[in-house]
Design a protein around this ligand. Structure first.
Ligand SMILES: [Zn+2]
Length: 315
């Protein structure tokens, strides 16, 4: 099956495979949940596919592709942490294997969550990254690029994954058999990270949190504010999601003020948002958004939780 999204990266690899002009070591970077491992495996499959003239790479039909899908392609080796770290022994196994020339084509090594390599493991990998055999390609994935040794970073080509569009998220969900109709607001809140979108979809409290948050925004009386304040006090786990929803509605209100109603995240609440936008000035709404941002930053520095709730609900 095809990978959805990240077309730039995939096209570059396809081109490189066709012209045989690829480097030997890459690192796929991007936020947790963005799809790095899935992409690494998809690229590995394309690299190992033997139908190089196929319009689509990987072709999905050749022996190499079929054995890949059954996890028995002998030219693929995946290194991942069994416990917490990727240890030097695992890298030594890689080096032993990389020395053996394949019967044909390439050999691909995928190191998942490469930041989990111990310093010793990273140092052990260095030599191989410097002079890999011509048939070998090494693909690292990490959501913490900066934590890799500088010497590793300087020997791999970085490919940064992009957030998915709403449309791509819908296709990814469809592929997993998940119905997203009428849930565009949820997809939009994921900031284009499929992993977050699925997490939100699986969150049974999401709709409840959204309802409470929307009530708070649209029904602006003191008792609602107080109620919402208490709701957040009691549900600390919901705070991040609730502030994301708050921000999305305020941003929608700003869009309405610029007559950009078509791009609303919470399009199912368009009427309420238009009414809200009429009753509040742009400065007022912008101020609310910047308060949310401030609270988020302060929470990272251990801001008192009740203080954060008060600050948000007095908006
Ligand atoms: Zn193939």
């Amino acid at each position: 099956m095809d990978y959805i999204g990240q077309t730039e990266i995939i096209d570059e690899f396809r081109k490189g495979i066709r012209h045989d002009s690829l480097g030997h070591a890459f690192v796929l970077t991007g936020e947790k949940g963005i799809g790095k491992k899935t992409l690494a495996h998809y690229i590995a499959k394309a690299l190992l596919c033997t139908e190089k003239e196929s319009v689509r790479l990987p072709c999905g039909c050749c022996r190499a592709c079929k054995s890949f899908d059954e996890y028995v392609n002998p030219n693929l080796m995946v290194i991942r942490s069994e416990t917490k770290n990727i240890v030097i022994k695992q890298i030594r196994d890689l080096i032993d294997d990389i020395g053996i020339r394949p019967l044909q084509g390439r050999k691909v090594y995928v190191i998942e969550d490469a930041e989990r390599m111990t310093v010793q493991a990273q140092n052990c990998l260095l030599k191989t990254l410097e002079e890999p055999p011509d048939y070998a390609i090494i693909i690292l994935t990490t959501s913490n690029y900066e934590s890799l040794l500088l010497t590793i970073r300087s020997r791999v080509v970085r490919k940064q994954l992009k957030p998915s569009t709403i449309n791509e998220l819908k296709l990814i969900a469809q592929k997993k058999g998940i119905d997203t109709n009428g849930k565009e607001y949820l997809l939009a809140l994921s900031r284009g990270i499929p992993g977050i979108a699925f997490q939100l979809m699986a969150d049974k409290d999401f709709e409840k949190n959204r309802e409470e948050t929307l009530n708070f925004i649209f029904d602006e009386n003191i008792s609602t504010k107080l109620y919402y304040n208490q709701y957040l006090s009691k549900n600390r786990n919901a705070f991040a999601v609730c502030t994301d929803i708050l921000e999305s509605v305020y941003r929608d209100a700003l869009l309405v003020k610029c007559s950009l109603e078509d791009g609303l995240i919470n399009s199912d609440k368009k009427d309420n948002i238009m009414k809200y936008a009429k009753m509040h000035s742009t400065i007022d709404i912008t101020e609310k958004i910047s308060r949310i941002e401030k609270v988020r930053n302060n929470m990272k520095r251990n801001m008192n939780y009740q203080l954060a709730v008060d600050y948000i609900t007095m908006l």
